[in-house]
Design a protein around this ligand. Structure first.
Ligand code: UDP
Ligand code: MG
Length: 153
């Protein structure tokens, strides 16, 4: 009984090893679902250092990059394709600022993260990043499933 139609987009979200290890997968998913996100794809995977380098190219030159690689490969992650109106911006809002001390109260990082590094969750920062990250983690997905401007009733 669709009484309205809203344009939606898809974004890429990843529950980091600290979130999985601490048993926060359900908590994180529930926060997105309560905001109206629908899970389109989900996969529990172990990232390699090559995956981390592809995922965080903007951090490759940082002196702490090896520590980020160590963290992101320290256990399984949960990769997600989530769909909602304004999915990319809405997911970044729900996730909150990188530093939990600067994140908006009520955001995942303000409520659950333990440090700038161990901040539970990743969300794509633009539509083009979302497309690249979805293609990396879900290479079998058809293009139309990854379309950030498709519609659902
Ligand atoms: N990070 C870190 N130290 C820093 C900056 C970033 O450990 O000074 C880690 C942190 O886990 C962060 C990730 O690297 O989430 C990616 O950094 P980015 O600047 O892209 O932040 P995000 O988009 O995750 O908020
Ligand atoms: Mg980022």
């Amino acid at each position: 009984m669709a009484i309205y139609k809203q344009a939606t987009e898809t974004t890429f979200v990843l529950i980091k090893p600290d979130g999985v290890r601490r048993g926060l997968v359900g908590e994180v998913l529930a926060r997105f679902e309560r905001r109206g996100f629908v899970v389109r794809r989900a996969s529990c995977v172990q990232m390699t250092s090559g995956d981390v380098a592809e995922h965080y190219p903007h951090l490759a030159a940082e002196p702490f990059f090896p520590e980020i690689v160590g963290f992101m490969t320290s256990g399984p992650v949960v990769a997600l394709v989530l769909e909602a109106p304004n999915a990319v911006a809405a997911a970044r809002q729900i996730v909150g600022a990188t530093d939990p001390m600067k994140a908006e109260p009520g955001s995942i990082r303000a409520d659950l993260a333990t440090s700038v590094r161990f901040n539970v969750v990743h969300a794509a920062d633009s539509e083009s990043t979302a497309r690249r990250e979805i293609a990396h983690f879900f290479p079998g997905a058809r293009d139309e499933e990854n379309d950030v401007s498709d519609e659902r009733s």
